[in-house]
Design a protein. Structure first.
Length: 285
């Protein structure tokens, strides 16, 4: 039990380190960007515009997100280097079957369809209004920016880094002394907590379980990375394509059903194509 608790608290410590890096470097970069705006404003004869500085920082939030995520990866790469561990082997950056990568795209799309349907039904029913408003407030500086930059930051960089950390570093830390099943569940919960709001945290935890299971079955982190990237890229693009006039409760229910079917079929394919007699998700802690 002592070793299990050690792994659990090490995973918590890892999560806190990531969040600290993002907060500290996010603040530093925000201050630098704010000073750049203030200097430009002063050189053009304008006064101190606090609201303008805030808006300028928000406009560049995707850039801040990209840079802080890069710092997170560099930090952990240094840690693994100092500890003389092979980061590619430790975090399972291994080649995998082509079918796993193809199904990963289908799983990413299926989860987005399911998630969109369920959240839209909840929102339409009038539940969790404050939580939805809070989530929109948090995400608006990121999602309202340049689409290409949003796709790069939210659709590609952030998913890669989050998989690197949660299905890579944290899952490995947990699975050293804790069964695969509980390692999948715990890292998924921590992934939900990482998002710091109820709505995102809820679906991120479900997503984390699915991504964790796929990583466990394929013995490679690449399918989870592809799943996450496809999910986020579809989330950035599809809402811009679908006309609001066609959206209704019936459509959201259809989305939910289609998403469940897609997840079930894709997961079955992953399971069947990566079967191994010695693998067993133990229920014990």
């Amino acid at each position: 039990m002592k070793e299990k608790l050690k792994s659990f608290f090490a995973a918590i410590g890892c999560l806190l380190l990531i969040m600290a890096i993002q907060v500290v470097f996010g603040m530093i970069l925000g201050m630098i960007i704010g000073l750049v705006f203030a200097a430009k404003s002063a050189s053009s004869g304008g006064g101190m515009d606090i609201e303008g500085i805030g808006n300028f920082v928000n406009i560049n939030m995707n850039l801040i997100l990209i840079l802080t995520n890069i710092v997170v990866v560099i930090t952990f790469a240094i840690i693994y280097k100092v500890r003389k561990k092979n980061i590619k082997e430790e975090l399972q950056f291994r080649k995998t079957k082509y079918i796993n990568m193809i199904i990963a795209v289908a799983l990413g799309l299926s989860f987005w369809i399911f998630d969109s349907g369920v959240l839209s039904i909840i929102y339409e029913a009038g539940f969790l209004k404050e939580s939805f408003s809070y989530m929109e407030e948090l995400l608006s500086p990121i999602t309202s920016g340049n689409l290409i930059l949003t796709i790069i930051s939210v659709g590609i960089i952030a998913p890669f880094v989050e998989e690197f950390i949660f299905r890579g570093v944290i899952f490995k830390i947990l699975n050293k002394n804790i069964s695969a099943l509980w390692s999948i569940i715990i890292q998924a919960i921590l992934f939900g907590v990482f998002h710091l709001n109820l709505i995102q945290g809820g679906y991120a935890s479900l997503m984390g379980i699915l991504f964790g299971y796929v990583t466990y079955k394929t013995k490679s982190i690449w399918p989870a990375i592809v799943m996450h990237i496809s999910n986020n890229v579809f989330a950035c693009i599809i809402p811009l394509i679908i006309p609001e006039s066609v959206l209704s409760t019936g459509v959201y229910i259809a989305f939910t059903i289609i998403g469940i079917i897609g997840i079930a079929v894709s997961t079955y394919v992953i399971r069947s194509k990566n079967a191994s007699e010695e693998e067993n998700l133990e229920i014990k802690i």
